[in-house]
Design a protein around this ligand. Structure first.
Ligand code: MN
Length: 501
């Protein structure tokens, strides 16, 4: 009775003589023909498939190899009829029944491949690093050409699964049992970032941690099965814009993680929102790839919201931070910089000296409250900047005559009513003026979108759909921004979500 045997394969074979198997050699040669056809035995350390490593009849072994090839995937191999029936599973073995994963049938592999791990040289088929992710035995309930039902007894994967063919070599793998871990929570697919209010440094600063405020685009990273999905505040999937951030998923291979952070374009040592602008609005895939290579952005990680089947939202800030530190996130385009407990004034002074935007104070005992702007996180700024809603524009004078001269801006109050906040006439490049002109034209409307105090008479009103970022000197009693300067448009924030600061 092997079905429920959880001993290791080595223990199962020890001291036993291998049974004679009629027709073994000729059938093996046929089954491994595709395998051998793809490989040069002198050039790859992979087994050639000529050793007779069969086990007693009925004992079935499996292996899952994590294969860092051109694209990360996991190779599932089941011992069957003297070879290893194999599938490449791009997102790995699903831990729960809620999501099926694609499994692409690949050529049968020789039994010696059960133990294979190492480096497949560049230029060879499947070049890259292969590591053993799990191995053990399995029970076979069904083994047909289009459906395989099994129960794994591995170190990491245990339970009943079914593989079923959908089309050609495409199969799906589905977990039939409840999750191995009964308390496992599925990874969320959406999560709105927690927001900070603007204010002064907190007086009781021993209860607070301080982080540098990075001026970029807020993004939540969902990493699962070696794949990254990056979502902006608006919920929009912005993954395709930043291909240089994708390797973070391979670095976290085999883990399920949701991170909170900021996509930042550095100009020297300082983040440049203007520079990031040029990346936000690219439409050509070719241009995205070129800039990703020549001038990559960075993902600055400052929070950990989900880890391997557990939501961390209810943990305190310092507890989440401790778990984030354990992940040791550090790569060519991603970092998780340290936070500083207490002494906020010193960090604020340091950011001022480096002309950085400011700091964010986060209460050590504060849980993560998605989508909420709370007292637990406070932005303390050296430079006044704000997102604003474009509600109209004024024609220019001189060399801008007849064209866009200034944006007429507003900021929604706490009730979401758009209040006039001034006009912005500086900070535009020539190209940006042309682009803004063409974006504003189809938004024209007759009446004013502002409530209460109104902008200058010559204003051409538009639907309040564009969100811009501006720096300014101060805010007047009447609520207008003094000397605002345009930094760029942002499409990661919805007009209704804009607040001062
Ligand atoms: Mn592979």
């Amino acid at each position: 009775m092997v079905a429920n045997d959880t001993r290791t394969p080595a223990a199962l074979t020890a001291g036993r003589s291998l049974p004679a198997r009629i027709g073994y050699d000729s059938s093996m040669a046929d089954r491994l023909e595709r395998y051998r056809g793809k490989r040069d035995p002198g050039a790859t350390p992979e087994p050639a498939g000529d050793a007779h490593a069969a086990l007693p009849e009925g004992t079935r072994r499996f292996v899952v190899q994590e294969h860092h090839a051109r694209r990360l995937h996991w190779d599932l191999r089941l011992e069957h009829d003297g070879v290893l029936a194999s599938w490449a599973v791009p997102r790995g073995i699903p831990p729960g029944p809620e999501r099926n994963h694609l499994a692409v049938r690949t050529e049968d592999h020789p039994l010696e491949y059960l133990d294979f791990h190492g480096e497949i040289p560049a230029g060879q088929y499947g070049a890259g690093t292969m590591a053993i992710w799990d191995r053990g035995t399995y029970e076979e309930h069904k083994f047909r050409d289009d459906e395989v039902m099994i129960t794994f007894h591995g170190e990491r994967v245990r339970g009943r699964y079914v593989l079923f063919r959908t089309k050609g070599d495409d199969w799906m793998i589905h977990r039939m049992d409840p999750p191995e871990d009964p308390e496992r929570e599925p990874m969320p697919e959406e999560l709105a970032p927690m927001l900070a209010r603007t204010g002064p440094l907190p007086p009781d600063d021993g209860r607070w941690a301080f982080e540098i405020k990075w001026d970029g685009v807020r993004a939540i990273a969902f990493v699962q099965g070696g794949r990254l999905i990056l979502k902006a505040r608006s919920g929009r999937d912005i993954t395709p814009r930043y291909p240089e951030l994708r390797p973070i998923a391979a670095a976290l291979a085999g883990r399920e993680v949701v991170l909170d952070g900021e996509v930042v374009a550095f100009d020297g040592a300082r983040p440049s929102f203007q520079k990031l602008q040029s990346r936000m609005h690219l439409t050509s895939e070719h241009a995205v790839r070129r800039l990703a290579r020549e001038d990559p952005v960075s993902y600055i990680v400052f929070d950990l919201l989900y880890l391997d089947g557990r939501s961390l939202l209810d943990l305190r800030y310092d507890e989440r931070r401790a778990k984030l530190a354990e992940l040791e996130l550090s790569g060519p385009t991603w970092q998780a910089p340290a936070h500083h407990v207490g002494d906020g004034a010193a960090l604020l002074e340091a950011t001022r000296a480096q002309q950085l935007e400011g700091v964010i104070a986060k209460r050590l005992d504060c849980p993560y409250l998605p989508g909420r702007r709370t007292q637990g996180w406070v932005k303390v700024k050296n430079i006044c900047s704000s997102d604003v809603v474009v509600g109209g524009w004024l024609p220019g004078e001189g060399n801008r005559a007849g064209r866009l001269g200034a944006l007429v801006i507003g900021i929604p109050d706490d009730d979401g009513v758009l209040r006039y906040a001034g006009r912005v006439g500086t900070g535009f490049t020539e190209a940006e003026l042309v682009r803004l002109g063409s974006l504003l034209e189809p938004l024209a409307r007759v009446d004013s979108p502002f409530s209460g105090r109104q902008p200058p008479k010559l204003t051409r009103f538009v639907e309040p759909q564009l969100v811009a970022r501006v720096d300014y000197n101060e805010r007047t009693q009447a609520g207008t921004l003094r000397q605002p300067s345009y930094k760029g448009l942002r499409d990661d924030v919805a007009p209704a979500d804009v607040r001062l600061g």
